[in-house]
Ligand binder design. Structure first.
Ligand SMILES: Cc1cc2nc3c(=O)[nH]c(=O)nc-3n(C[C@H](O)[C@H](O)[C@H](O)COP(=O)(O)OP(=O)(O)OC[C@H]3O[C@@H](n4cnc5c(N)ncnc54)[C@H](O)[C@@H]3O)c2cc1C
Length: 385
């Protein structure tokens, strides 16, 4: 591996790879360092809901074309338990073929990785970055590889590691919702193909995302409740879900392996030193209530690539470039944070006065098409879209 790069990306998750793809074949020397030994993450069980806007970006990156077994979302039904409040978002009303798509994280990762194989990016797997520092001229990255320490320098170091490397020196602002997310695949006897369900309950939001022969479940609960639920047998779990979703998707029949994640909003501080930028979960880790995390991360990657390509080689990583990029992402980033954080706070409690208010808010949204369009477009394309 050469030792000086134009851009060095720390982390080969979906967002880091998206950036590498957006920079390929542009006469830039780009390195990607990933601590996993294997190229593709085959163990992450989560499914992702991708927005239509993310599909367009993945197409430009050459990764959408190889994806298989994707389920389209034509309609999103948003309801609140124990109230008449509801709103429905439809792709037809927005003149798009689909509101979004559901697919496994591992499939997305594999498709991005496949596209990366055909690029001129230097990829190093099994390279765990242990330190990052910036001087006036460049960034310096220390990493462990095959039992030895190595160094590389770059005009711009992009931290796309999900948020671990800089946490100790630059602690993020954390909102702990006291919740865990449980995910699992399940089947029902009459799935409503193409319809995603977002249901708000006093315990927290729940989503059913249409996928293949059934649904991907994302359920939020307090950590204690989640632990209890993970120990339930399948029948008890399915009865619980039936109680919350009613007959909307028929009877729940089977549920696969359940996994859980702690849910927090993490927002990295505005890093003001040059030659360093954070993207994806390293910049902001969102509650998955509205499926916005990767969708926001791929927009980070795309817009950063455009900023890099717009600069003369000498300007890459300059304080001015890094500051301009951070400023350009602020509106979208803050809007995404406010949106998901607001949904969790507004819809995940059982305060007596909040029930009618939430119900009214959903019904009002349903009856004001421009407002509905605004929300749907924000979910699909972000605030800069
Ligand atoms: C339950 C759940 C459901 C979700 N659902 C959705 C959804 O429906 N839609 C959506 O858009 N988003 C969703 N998200 C969010 C989405 O998963 C994340 O936003 C996305 O995975 C972030 O990608 P990333 O590449 O930034 O980080 P990661 O996926 O965390 O990748 C980081 C990479 O960096 C590597 N790395 C870490 N440290 C180092 C180091 N020191 N050196 C080298 N490499 C390193 C890691 O091995 C990893 O490969 C969900 C999240 C959860 C928890």
């Amino acid at each position: 591996m050469n030792e000086h790069y134009d851009v060095a990306i720390i982390g080969g998750g979906p967002v880091g790879i998206a950036l590498a793809l957006a920079l390929r074949d542009n006469d830039l020397k780009v390195a990607l360092l990933e601590e996993r030994e294997s190229e593709i993450n085959t163990t992450d069980p989560r499914a992702l809901a991708l927005s239509y806007g993310s599909r367009l970006l993945l197409q430009r990156l050459g990764a959408w074309q190889t994806l298989q077994n994707i389920s389209g979302i034509k309609v999103i039904e948003v309801t609140q338990k124990d109230s008449s409040g509801h709103t429905t978002l439809r792709a037809d009303d927005l003149n798009v073929p689909d509101m979004g798509y559901v697919l496994p994280y591992t499939a997305l990762h594999a498709a991005l990785q496949q596209a990366l194989h055909q690029s001129d990016v230097d990829c190093l797997y099994g390279a765990a970055v242990s330190d990052l520092s910036a001087s006036r001229e460049q960034s310096t990255i220390l990493y462990q590889y095959k039992g030895a320490q190595h160094t590389l320098t770059a005009k711009l170091a992009v931290v796309a590691d999900g948020g671990k490397l800089l946490e100790a020196k630059h602690p993020p602002q954390i909102t702990d919702y006291g919740q865990s997310g449980i995910i699992a695949h399940l089947t029902t006897d009459s799935p409503d193909n193409g319809v995603a369900f977002e249901r708000f309950t006093a315990q927290g939001p729940m989503a059913l995302l249409p996928y293949m022969d059934g649904y991907e479940l994302v359920l939020t609960a307090t950590h204690e409740q989640a632990q209890t639920m993970l120990n339930w047998d399948d029948t008890t779990f399915l009865q619980y879900l039936q109680g919350h979703f009613g007959e909307r998707v028929g009877n729940f029949i089977t549920i696969g392996k359940r996994s859980s994640y702690p849910l927090r909003l993490k927002r990295a501080p505005d890093i003001s030193f040059p030659h360093t930028v954070l993207i994806g979960n390293a910049a902001q880790t969102l509650h998955p209530v509205a499926g916005q995390g990767f969708n926001m991360g791929i927009r980070d990657a795309w817009e950063l690539a455009q900023a890099i390509l717009d600069h003369a080689p000498d300007g890459i990583g300059s304080a001015a470039m890094c500051a301009a990029y951070r400023k350009s992402r602020n509106i979208d980033r803050n809007a995404g944070i406010r949106f998901t954080d607001g949904l969790v706070r507004l819809f995940s409690n059982d305060l007596p006065l909040m029930g009618p208010l939430r119900s009214a808010a959903l019904n009002l949204l349903d009856h004001i098409p421009p407002a509905k369009k605004f929300v749907a477009r924000r979910m699909m394309f972000g605030a800069n879209g």
